[in-house]
Design a protein around this ligand. Structure first.
Ligand SMILES: [Zn+2]
Length: 267
């Protein structure tokens, strides 16, 4: 049984072993905010039990972005409003759990009920910033611009200097670029650093701090400039990949996405 750990006053993180995903629970006097809902119905029921062990207050849910490992558990929290960026809502409105199950379940047994998991798209929009009053505690939901996806939203809990960053920050692996905007991602992370967080919950891996995020910002900024300069010089993408500090597969996706952005092939 996975459990929540308190990482700041009345802020709890559950680090789920399948794909090493983090879920965060922020308690107020009247309501609680659950940030992300895991990947499948079974996982989300386990999560709901862990939440119930800490609070019986009404819940609001935030989806940090549209990737299934963060939000396919939404339907289990049927009474809760679910907040997300409109781009996330659009992606989830056309998501195909069976296709994802075919891709992921063979290598991840913990995802074997992905094909029967109903997708519940979020129903509350966060376009730029939204304030949530949890009773005696305010949480800011913020879209810092495009980065890991087109619709990343973070949760900032100012009274404890805590930021839930979603996959804009990853601790247990390199940043993932499949749906990313590598040229804009550094600016989004700079916006997060401007909030001067003391505690940062990444989308995957161990809870970290601003110094870790600064390191990731430097890596992403270096990548962004490498792509811009190489594109301006007319360098072929595979040559740029070899000059990246990220491992080959990560770099190949990042450079392809960056070149597509510069070629206006993605909007
Ligand atoms: Zn992701």
């Amino acid at each position: 049984m996975t459990r929540f750990t308190e990482v700041a006053d009345r802020v709890f993180v559950l680090r789920y072993p399948v794909l090493d995903v983090n879920v965060t629970l922020v308690l107020g006097d009247e309501r609680a905010l659950l940030v992300d809902t895991l990947a499948t119905t079974r996982q989300a029921r386990e999560l709901a039990a862990a939440v119930a062990a800490l609070t019986d207050r009404p819940l609001a849910v935030l989806n940090t972005h549209h990737h299934f490992d963060h939000c396919f558990g939404n339907a289990v929290f049927a009474d809760a409003p679910v907040y997300a960026h409109p781009e996330t809502i659009a992606f989830l409105s056309t998501a195909d759990p069976v296709a994802l199950w075919r891709e992921w379940a063979p290598t991840h047994p913990g995802l074997d009920d992905l094909n029967t998991t109903p997708v519940r798209p979020p129903d509350r929009h966060v376009v730029h910033e939204q304030t949530l009053d949890l009773g005696g505690r305010t949480v800011l939901l913020r879209h810092p611009g495009r980065g890991h996806t087109a619709g990343d939203v973070v949760a900032h809990v100012p009274d404890v200097g805590l930021l839930v960053a979603g996959d804009l920050v990853e601790e247990s692996g390199p940043p993932q670029f499949e749906d990313a905007y590598p040229l804009e991602w550094p600016e989004a992370v700079a916006e997060l650093l401007a909030l001067e967080p003391r505690v940062v919950v990444p989308g995957h891996g161990a809870v970290c701090d601003a110094a870790f995020v600064r390191g990731q910002h430097e890596e992403l900024a270096a990548l962004s400039w490498l792509i811009r300069e190489a594109h301006a010089d007319g360098a072929p993408a595979d040559e740029v990949v070899r000059r990246c500090t990220f491992e080959f597969e990560t770099a190949a996706v990042a450079v392809a996405r960056g070149y597509a952005e510069l070629d206006d092939a993605i909007l």
